[in-house]
Design a protein around this ligand. Structure first.
Ligand code: AMP
Length: 187
């Protein structure tokens, strides 16, 4: 049986972090979030991390050559030999092509889109009640996400790799749908 190699897409507030943690445990593969890696580098205060923080704070994308090095190195770690759940990468068509090259003989099994309608994630985020989370700011971030992600969803759809998973429901319900989606791809 082939290893579980997935890319996971989902809006902020869609529950991706929680669900990735569950999938990671179930399948024994690491959850690799490029955003988390960059934030950890920023917190560590390395020159690289500080530069990355500047870029993230400006709302820009970290340059591709930097991202490629980061991801290639991470995927070469022993824990990723059996598979990986990639979150936040790829974000561009170019990154998607490079990912295929990095994965080589062990290609992606699927690209999962954890779909939660915009109105529901806005409600969830407003309920969390962070001061800077005005509805307008949230909508702006979600629009940006959609603009960035739509071409990638199309890219994976055209290759027959895209799997839409309904992200509305209890944590348990959504987890079961994700496992069913993964199992359907494995068999
Ligand atoms: P995220 O937590 O995935 O939203 O990522 C937070 C920030 O990290 C993004 O807004 C980007 O600045 C940067 N970042 C994360 N992943 C990538 C990527 N694949 N390519 C470029 N920049 C990225």
């Amino acid at each position: 049986m082939s290893g579980v190699r997935l890319v996971i897409f989902g809006r902020q507030g869609a529950g991706k972090g929680t669900q990735c943690a569950r999938l990671s445990e179930r399948y024994g593969v690491p959850h690799v979030s490029t955003g988390d890696m960059l934030r950890a580098a920023a917190e560590a205060g390395t020159p690289f991390g500080l530069k990355a923080k500047e870029i993230m704070d400006a709302g820009d994308l970290v340059p591709d050559d930097v991202m490629f090095g980061l991801v290639e190195e991470r995927l070469a770690q022993p824990d990723a030999a059996a598979g990986v759940l990639l979150d936040g990468f790829p974000r561009t068509d170019e990154q998607a092509s490079v990912l295929d090259r990095i994965l080589g003989e062990h290609p992606l099994m699927a690209a999962i889109n954890l779909e939660v309608p915009e109105d529901i994630v806005i409600e969830r985020m407003l309920a969390r009640g962070r001061e800077d989370d005005t509805e307008e700011a949230i909508r702006r971030r979600l629009d940006l996400y959609l603009a960035q992600t739509a071409p990638l969803l199309e890219h994976y759809d055209s290759r027959g790799l895209l799997v839409e998973v309904d992200g509305v429901g209890t944590e348990e319900e959504v987890a079961q749908r994700l496992v069913a989606a993964v199992e359907a791809r494995r068999s």
